[in-house]
Design a protein around this ligand. Structure first.
Ligand code: CO
Ligand code: ZN
Length: 345
């Protein structure tokens, strides 16, 4: 079941630049299932399944959005920067875990109580300067003694749980969903091709690990696995996001209105043919919003034909992301089927 590994990955903590504990879970999970596992200089985990001389890179970013300590005041309150694209009101009043030199420290993101806000305050979205982390310390020295220092990373404290209809909610489905898919693919793949499963770092802060690993591996084609935005709930219209949760994995035609990725038609046809061959549900997307690792991979070397297979995830970049397990299972199957033969490049 993909749920078990996804829950473990989502409940793990790995903000951009501090992906170590996610890395360790994945390495252990893949141990004995691939021909080679290594860490590259950026911290990417590269898992290799050896095959013929045609190589496919599948990338899944390990990092999640979070925070980093930038200042501790004399009363022990902690100021922070955000890492990744937060909508600030969804950070306010969350429980947080700081990953200090002496282990995990629990805290909350506090701010001015609503009772003390004037009319104007209440109408305005909260700013970063209005928030701080309270770990219970009463002085800077106490905070420091807990192992907290300038540069300590923090992540949301929220466990993955099941909802109705095979749907689940957790804090880091962007992109532990992609990581879980890639693990399942690596464990079950039967392919004549060489497969590079790359669990990348620092996607949420500029698609960085994907860029260096694609350069180093120089694959013949690439697929990023990630999440995307479904337009199937209040507040968003299908015309603004045409895919739906529960209707299958999504193959990108274009993302960020073409500024991110214009996907390879050949690679897309390869995946769509695979879905058709097995009668698997699949959706296609012309997106206007975010990008994925594929945006940086396809520009490496002399150009690497690339696309993205993503899973519709509601409320992404919040602590309560929601996905449908059936979409993930179908995504794995589409990839496994495609990898049985090489794309016609
Ligand atoms: Co993201
Ligand atoms: Zn992502």
């Amino acid at each position: 079941m993909v749920y078990e590994i996804l829950k473990r990955l989502s409940d793990a903590h790995g903000v951009s630049g501090s992906e170590g504990s996610v890395f360790r879970i994945i390495r252990k999970e893949l141990d004995g299932c691939v021909d080679e596992i290594r860490e590259d200089p950026m911290g990417n985990l590269v898992a290799v399944k050896k095959g013929n001389d045609f190589s496919v890179m599948i990338a899944a970013h390990m990092d999640e959005i979070g925070v980093m300590v930038k200042f501790i005041d004399e009363k022990g309150f902690i100021r922070f920067i955000t890492l990744g694209g937060w909508y600030l009101p969804s950070l306010y009043a969350q429980r947080i875990i700081l990953h200090g030199s002496r282990g995990a420290v629990r805290g909350v993101i506090g701010g001015k109580p609503v009772h003390k806000m004037d009319e104007d305050d209440r109408k305005k979205p909260i700013r970063l300067d209005d928030m701080f982390i309270d770990v219970g310390a009463t002085s800077r020295d106490e905070a420091v003694a807990l192992g907290i220092e300038i540069g300590t990373p923090g992540t949301i404290d929220r466990e993955c749980v099941e909802l109705a209809n095979g749907r689940i909610t957790g804090k880091a489905f962007d992109n532990r969903v992609g990581a879980a898919m890639l693990i399942k693919v690596l464990k079950n793949v039967k392919s004549p091709l060489t497969l590079y499963g790359v669990f990348t770092v620092q996607e949420e802060v500029g698609l960085k690990g994907a860029r260096t690993s694609a350069y180093a591996l120089d694959p013949d084609c690439a697929i990023a696995t990630d999440v995307t935005i479904p337009g199937d709930h209040p507040g968003i219209e299908p015309r603004d996001a045409a895919v739906e949760m529960g209707k299958g994995p999504v193959i990108t035609i274009v993302d960020a209105s073409g500024r991110g990725l214009i996907a390879s038609r050949t690679i897309n046809k390869w995946l769509l043919d695979a879905a058709r061959a097995r009668d698997l549900p699949v959706q296609v997307e012309v997106g206007t919003g975010g990008t994925t690792d594929a945006s940086s991979i396809h520009l490496e070397r002399g150009g690497i034909p690339s696309t993205t297979v993503s899973i519709p995830a509601r409320y992404i970049h919040s602590p309560v992301e929601v996905v449908d397990l059936n979409d993930i299972e179908a995504g794995v199957q589409v990839l496994l089927e495609a990898l049985k033969k090489k794309p016609k490049i």
